[in-house]
Structure formats: C-alpha cells, structure tokens
Design a protein around this ligand. Structure first.
Ligand code: PEP
Length: 244
C-alpha cells in the first residue's frame, strides 16, 4: 500500500519568520506531509514540527569539496532533512541540469539515506507537438538510477507549463502520464517496485482543485509550490489528500 504524500516546495521564499507556518500544518495519520524550505531554513524547520518531514530542494552530486554555494546531501541529512528534490524544472532551466546530473544527485541523496523526489515534466512546446510521453520516458529513464525502490524514490510529474501558471492539465492528461510512468517503472524495475513507488502530480495545485486531482488514478499526492507557503492553503490540500 503506497502512503500518500503532500509535499510543499517553498522555492526561494521564506525566512525564519515563516517557520511559524510549520507549527500550524495538519498531519493526518494516513498520509505523509513534507516541506522543502530553502537550505538555510532546513535545520530550524526540522525542529519546528516533529510530525512533518523536511527536505532539501536540491543537493550536489558530491558530499563535500570545492563547490562554492552548493549544499550536499550529507549536509541536508545532518540538518534533519529526510527527503530532497532532484531535477526540479527550475533547476533544469536555471542551472542547466541534465538527466545525468539529476541521476547523480539522486544517488548522492540515497548515499545519505534521503528519499529523492525526482521531478520530470514536459514543456508546453513539447506537449503541443505530441512529445509528452517521449520526454517523460527519457527523463524518467535517465534521471532515475538503477537502485531505485519505493522506499528511496518518489517520482513527481510536473508539466513545466503548469508550474506557477494557474494552468492544470485535464484529469485525462494527468492520468495518461501517471499510468504511463507506472508502466515504465514496471517494465524496468518489476511490478512490485513500480507499485510501491509514489507518483506525485505537481503544477498549480490549490485547495480548490486538489480533490479533483487526487481523484485521478495513480496520483499518490502532490508537489506544491505557491500553495505550500501558507499553512491555511496547504492544510486544504493535506485535507483533500487525506480524504481521497
Ligand atoms: C513546484 O514548485 O514544484 C510547483 C508545482 O509550483 P506551483 O504549485 O506553484 O505551480
């Protein structure tokens, strides 16, 4: 049985003053709740609410060394994180991260016993020319190392055109991609591993559309940006997931 996951990505938002939001987050018994704050807040966030998990938004492929400004999985784990996002589309776009780097970061996360949330998704241009499933297959294959299991990996399908835009795919479009990801995972890792791996949808999830999205097959939760910043908003999503 896959445990559902409501994951929040604060991106480059929030200072110490925002950590009070964490204390107000709901934590229903039947789902996992995760917040990925900016790196300088990870340690304090991990102390703020014992019932929610804390993750990084990125990690380096190395655990230490001459990489000014970067954060390693070892540092995140030491600060109290148990998850880390890898391959978020903003990392792929802003920092030119290719699949091979995402895979190396994912392996680095596993080395520190962090659960990697590997993010994949097509651009609008790719969807419009019918390349969505090919892009998803390519990113999934090459961003996910061979040792992936349901315990160490979560896959987040985030259409780039839906992130921060207020646009969301139709339920049929979400279902098509999630069913495809599950089938691809089964082909590569076997049915048992594929069935144990959580698949999140991400892109403009709000309290108002969460129930609709969570009714889709093979959606085991959400990766949420803007609507995770305020406990009052994120609690609506947490509640919808808990009831789905
Ligand atoms: C994200 O940051 O991964 C995201 C999905 O953002 P938003 O919910 O704001 O679209």
């Amino acid at each position: 049985m896959r445990r559902k996951l409501a994951a929040g990505n604060w991106k480059m938002n929030g200072t110490g003053a925002n950590l009070s939001e964490l204390a107000d987050l709901a934590s229903p018994e039947n789902i996992d709740v995760l917040i990925c704050p900016p790196a300088p807040l990870v340690s304090r966030a991990a102390q703020a609410n014992a019932k929610i998990a804390i993750g990084g938004q990125d990690c380096h492929t190395a655990q230490n060394g001459a990489h000014t400004g970067d954060v390693s999985a070892a540092m995140l784990a030491d600060a109290g994180a148990t998850y880390v996002l890898t391959g978020h589309s903003e990392r792929r776009t802003d920092h030119g991260e290719r699949n091979a780097i995402v895979a190396a970061k994912t392996a680095a996360a596993w080395d520190q016993n962090l659960i990697a949330v590997i993010c994949i998704g097509e651009t609008l241009a790719q969807r419009e020319v019918g390349e969505t499933l090919a892009v998803i297959a390519d990113q999934l294959t090459h961003s996910t190392p061979n040792a992936a299991t349901g315990g160490n990996t979560v896959i987040a399908y985030e259409p780039v055109w839906a992130i921060g835009t207020g646009l969301i795919p139709t339920l049929e479009q979400i279902e098509e991609v999630h069913d495809f990801i599950r089938a691809e995972l089964a082909n590569r890792f076997g049915t048992e591993t594929a069935e144990s791996m959580r698949l999140l949808y991400g892109g403009s999830v709000k309290p108002s559309n969460a129930e609709y999205i969570f009714a889709t097959s093979n959606v085991d939760g959400a990766l949420v940006g803007g609507a995770s910043l305020k406990a009052s908003d994120f609690n609506g999503i947490i509640s919808a997931l808990s009831l789905a």
